[in-house]
Design a protein around this ligand. Structure first.
Ligand code: B12
Length: 212
């Protein structure tokens, strides 16, 4: 089995110590950080999610797998290639109200920072009011909303509505993403762009800034 397959297997088996050890070994032997994240860590989490749906895994397994992957990503962060030192713009990011998933959001933040964005992370379960307060008090170019649950997509719409009602919509561009978000939802909820993964998020953020 290749190193990345072994790492994916450790995620699938929910073994956090092995995840970190195999992540370190993969990096030390030259695997690109992008491949370690996408082809092993994120791929493994997908399988954990499928096993959860099938009733093979339960919440504790999701939790252990999530914590293990986050620890591996924290280890990888200093090794991400910084391609752009200059500050392109300011990005405000948070997971919407009712949702505590943050691994994907954290990967997006890491990629944005490596590509010259200054990012403020509001964390998880962020209410529309908190987003509005932060937008009002800051000079952000883009606001990013992350949602992983079908039941929290209405929070995305509610946050965008609150931003409009507070008279702040023209101040910022809005990007959305997360496993349950797609372009069709983006087209109807009033956001400016949808990012399917962290790399797409950087591309779209750069484009939004260029046309701001
Ligand atoms: C780990 C995990 C958890 C962990 C989260 C730990 C953490 N710190 O995040 C814990 C155990 C807490 C958890 C809890 C729950 N979970 Co959960 N969880 C997962 C799991 C296995 C992985 C999620 C993940 O991190 N994926 C990897 C990341 C990298 O992917 P991503 O988030 O999609 O992010 C990428 C893109 O979407 C994009 N992106 C993400 N955010 C943003 C934002 C912007 C602005 C942009 C541009 C792009 C972008 O870029 C990212 C990087 O490439 C998924 C399964 C899956 N296949 O996703 C289920 C899953 C999301 N969970 C699910 C469920 C049901 C739950 C619970 C309701 C379970 C329960 N019965 O309690 C709770 C809900 C808690 C809550 N209120 O939020 C379901 C959701 C189904 C649905 N459609 O609603 C899933 C899909 C599992 C499944 N297949 O059923 N979970």
């Amino acid at each position: 089995m290749t190193q990345l397959k072994e790492l994916e297997q450790a995620v699938m088996d929910c073994k956090p110590d092995e995840m970190l050890e195999k992540t370190k070994r993969a990096r030390e032997t030259g695997a690109p950080v992008h491949d370690i994240i996408n082809d092993a860590l994120v791929a493994g989490l997908g399988v954990v999610g499928d096993r959860f749906v099938k009733g093979i895994y339960f919440l504790p397994e999701l939790l252990v797998a999530g914590q293990g992957v986050q620890a591996a990503i924290d280890y990888l962060e200093p090794f991400m290639e910084v391609t752009q030192e200059n500050q392109k713009g300011k990005f405000l990011m948070g997971t919407v109200k009712g949702d505590v998933h943050d691994i994907g959001k954290n990967i997006v933040i890491m990629m944005l920072k490596c590509n010259g964005w200054e990012v403020t992370d509001m964390g998880v379960d962020v209410s529309p009011e908190k987003f509005c307060e932060a937008i009002e008090g800051g000079d952000y170019d883009i606001v990013g909303l992350s949602a992983l649950l079908t039941m929290t997509t209405p929070s995305v719409t509610a946050t965008i509505s609150a931003i409009k009602e507070a008279g702040l919509r023209s101040k910022v561009k809005i990007m959305i993403g997360g496993a349950v978000i797609d372009q069709a939802f983006c087209d109807t909820c009033g956001a400016d762009a949808f990012g399917k993964d962290a790399w797409d998020a950087v591309r779209k953020a750069d484009t939004l800034l260029a046309y701001a």
